[in-house]
Design a protein around this ligand. Structure first.
Ligand SMILES: NC(=O)c1ccc[n+]([C@@H]2O[C@H](COP(=O)([O-])OP(=O)(O)OC[C@H]3O[C@@H](n4cnc5c(N)ncnc54)[C@H](OP(=O)(O)O)[C@@H]3O)[C@@H](O)[C@H]2O)c1
Length: 301
């Protein structure tokens, strides 16, 4: 038997439960793994609420980025063997908050020895999104970037990527995150009504890229600070971004590998601020569901 954290109905956190069932068996193009760590993301509760579709029959396993050790290899899989250390997104219908899961081999990467299982479990969703958002246009060193929601899982890694590229970055977050963000070399503006004026004071000519991790009105308030409408990219709210002339996040098959190298070189730190065991996933999810998490929260089975 094998523990897995699920939701039993599309809805609120009261539908979540830790259940025991047979370990999942990998399909022909999948690998099975013993989970070592799984990153927590806003997508976990959005999925539970049905905001991202209701395509899977309940109970639905939760957790969308994972690292672990290969325990079984599907018949059609090449390039992985039992005992390999890997990370990636669980196969459709599987979850990361579990003792065991499966991944499509084509979506798995070998974990570099220098990256811990805990940090590796932040790469498939959060770090890869940070990479994509910061590379949506080619910007030269010295370019200006605004990051809205900069102290969370994606935003803090995006701020560090901007520092690697020597961008002039202004980060917007709650006051509690000032020290963390200023340590990346970025300017800091506290979130709230004064954001547009404060950013205009720093960059009167506008910013070369607005990276949004909040959406809605907060995005509308800052979108006009971009040098042109198409220099706005949003991970959580592509519809509002598009309505303003910007775009949503897009990715390609190489992003995860590229950001993994950057993390392996210790140029970006995923900044895991808390870890929780499987029997406390509800708390881990609740912390992220507040919408005000700092860095990454990771589940360690
Ligand atoms: N489309 C995709 O592929 C994709 C991929 C990854 C993430 N996302 C989405 O992108 C969003 C961010 O993800 P995440 O993992 O970084 O979430 P997170 O860890 O919860 O971080 C969000 C951050 O936004 C800050 N924030 C909230 N309201 C704000 C406001 N009005 N102004 C400025 N900052 C504010 C929060 O803390 P403070 O308020 O304390 O500063 C928090 O640090 C989520 O909605 C997620 O679902 C989408």
């Amino acid at each position: 038997m094998s523990l897995v954290y699920v939701f039993n109905n599309y809805g609120g956190p009261e539908t979540e439960a830790l259940i025991d069932r047979d370990a999942p068996v990998p399909g022909p193009d999948e690998i099975g793994l013993e989970v070592r760590a799984a990153g927590v993301n806003p997508a976990d509760w959005k999925f539970r609420e049905g905001q991202l579709g209701r395509g899977f029959a309940v109970p639905v396993p939760m957790g969308q980025e994972v690292s672990g050790v290969v325990t079984a290899v599907g018949a059609a899989v090449e390039g992985f063997k039992v005992g390999d250390e890997v990370f990636g997104v669980p196969a459709p219908g599987r979850g990361g908050f579990a003792e065991h899961t499966t991944m499509r081999a084509i979506e798995a990467l070998a974990k570099p020895a220098g990256i811990s299982f805990t940090d590796a479990a932040t790469i498939p969703v959060a770090a890869t999104a940070a990479y994509d958002l910061t590379h949506v246009v080619d910007l030269d060193a010295g370019s200006s970037v605004l990051i809205l929601g900069a102290g969370g899982g994606v935003g803090y890694m995006a701020a560090q990527i901007c520092a690697v590229h020597q961008f002039r970055t202004v980060t917007v977050a709650s006051e509690a995150k000032r020290e963390l963000l200023e340590a990346t070399g970025a300017s800091f503006v506290p979130s709230g009504v004064g954001v547009p004026d404060a950013v205009r004071e720093l960059f009167p000519e506008g910013v070369d890229l607005v990276i949004d991790l909040v959406g809605g009105q907060a995005l509308r308030d800052v979108a006009g600070l971009a040098v042109s409408p198409d220099r706005v990219v949003s991970a959580p709210d592509p519809d509002t971004a598009a309505a303003l002339g910007g775009t949503g996040r897009s990715t390609d098959s190489e992003s995860m590998e590229k950001i993994t190298d950057v993390i392996a070189y210790e140029l970006v730190d995923p900044h895991v601020t808390a870890t929780f065991p499987l029997d406390r996933v509800r708390e881990a999810l609740a912390a992220v569901e507040t919408g005000h998490a700092a860095g990454k929260i990771v589940v360690i089975p």
